[in-house]
Design a protein around this ligand. Structure first.
Ligand code: SF4
Length: 364
């Protein structure tokens, strides 16, 4: 990272803090940014000058508690193989987790891609393979591709349990919360590669806040902070793309078309944020043959939320992981109470790995 740039950012942060009478508060919306910022130790370096809060950018973390229960119940169905990305298996539901079900004999497999799950279904026609579709705009196109592939190859024992979510409506929901006082946002680079920059223009136009689409290297993040602080000092509010090596102004229309061909936009519930209008995706009616929600009888029971878990507040940027009273004692990556400490992109996991020393006063 350029020292000159770092010095400029620190200087700007001081000027902005003086003008506001308090440190500016920025939110990084993406879990990958959260990890990069924690790894850099940037929060503690900027303490007193600038506050960086994590938002709802970890797809595993925002998957609703009841959806986790439904996934666990899917794994309990005879003849069903549940395929998933890795981090999801350890998220605790009301009664169990996918990992616990697997230990009890359920067929739960980690696939690196839903395309691998289609290939597995093709090779195992006696099983029903359900791929758990979680993730944002970044991962949804590959799930759409897997559906197209299953259809083209006539693979009938493959289905998707869609719990996909869309980032711009969640950002809007956050900014509509009068209790959350933010001065700017660092926007997710990979999501923006699909949505394009304009999808986030409402942040400046409707909420008067600056926002920057950023890459994930330390230099990218410092450039983003420099842009946000410069805009604040000048009294400007624009949504700027500083990740031009990946993100185009119009995003990726082909990926968006693939998504739209398979999924309908619906209101869905996010962990910690509640139901957000038009923020999730369910399979279109024409794809019911591939929709686990219709194909299989998934039992539902009232969710039991873990007592004392503050994941909701952490995901809304209202509480730092270190301020959750379960952090590091009752709740650890080995014995998780909530999802934010399980997922590699979860804020609690990032703090546990890189920032715990702030709490215990020593090194990791
Ligand atoms: Fe949830 Fe555990 Fe994080 Fe507390 S420390 S917010 S219980 S994941």
């Amino acid at each position: 990272m350029s020292r000159k740039l770092a010095r400029k950012v620190f200087g700007l942060a001081d000027q902005v803090a003086e003008r506001l009478g308090r440190p500016a508060v920025f939110m990084e919306v993406c879990g990958t940014h959260t990890v990069s910022i924690s790894r850099m130790g940037l929060r503690s370096l900027l303490a007193g000058r600038l506050e960086l809060r994590s938002g709802p950018g970890c797809p595993v973390c925002v998957t609703d508690h009841q959806e986790i229960d439904m996934m666990v119940n899917l794994a309990r169905l005879p003849g069903v193989t549940v395929g998933t990305f890795g981090d999801l298996v350890r998220v605790p539901g009301s009664q169990s987790s996918l990992e616990r079900e697997r230990a009890g004999g359920a067929d739960v497999r980690v696939f690196y891609s839903p395309l691998d799950a289609v290939a597995f279904a093709e090779a195992n026609p006696q099983k029903e393979i359900v791929f758990l579709g979680i993730g944002f705009e970044t991962t949804i196109p590959i799930v759409a591709l897997s559906l197209a592939q299953a259809r083209a190859r006539g693979v009938k024992n493959f289905s998707i349990f869609s719990a996909h979510k869309l980032v711009p409506p969640a950002v809007r929901a956050l900014l509509s919360d009068p209790e959350l006082k933010l001065d700017g946002l660092i926007l997710p680079g990979h999501v923006s590669a699909v949505t394009g920059r304009r999808a986030f223009d409402f942040i400046a136009q409707e909420y008067g806040l600056p926002a920057v689409i950023s890459g994930f290297e330390p230099l990218d993040i410092m450039i983003a902070l420099h842009e946000l602080l410069s805009q604040l000092l000048c009294g400007e509010a624009r949504v700027v793309n500083k990740y031009t090596r990946v993100v185009r102004e119009e995003g990726n229309p082909y990926a968006r078309d693939r998504i739209a061909a398979c999924f309908a936009v619906v209101d869905v519930s996010w962990r910690g944020l509640g139901v957000i209008p038009q923020s999730g995706l369910l399979l279109r009616e024409t794809l019911r043959d591939f929709d686990a929600r219709f194909k299989l009888n998934i039992e539902l029971f009232p969710p039991r939320h873990p007592s004392g878990c503050a994941c909701g507040e952490v995901l809304r940027g209202k509480l730092l992981p270190l301020d959750c009273r379960l952090f590091g004692n009752v709740c650890t990556p080995v014995h998780p109470v909530g999802p934010c400490i399980v997922s590699s992109e979860g804020a609690c996991a990032a703090y546990y790995r890189f920032e715990r020393s702030l709490l215990i006063g020593g090194g990791n």
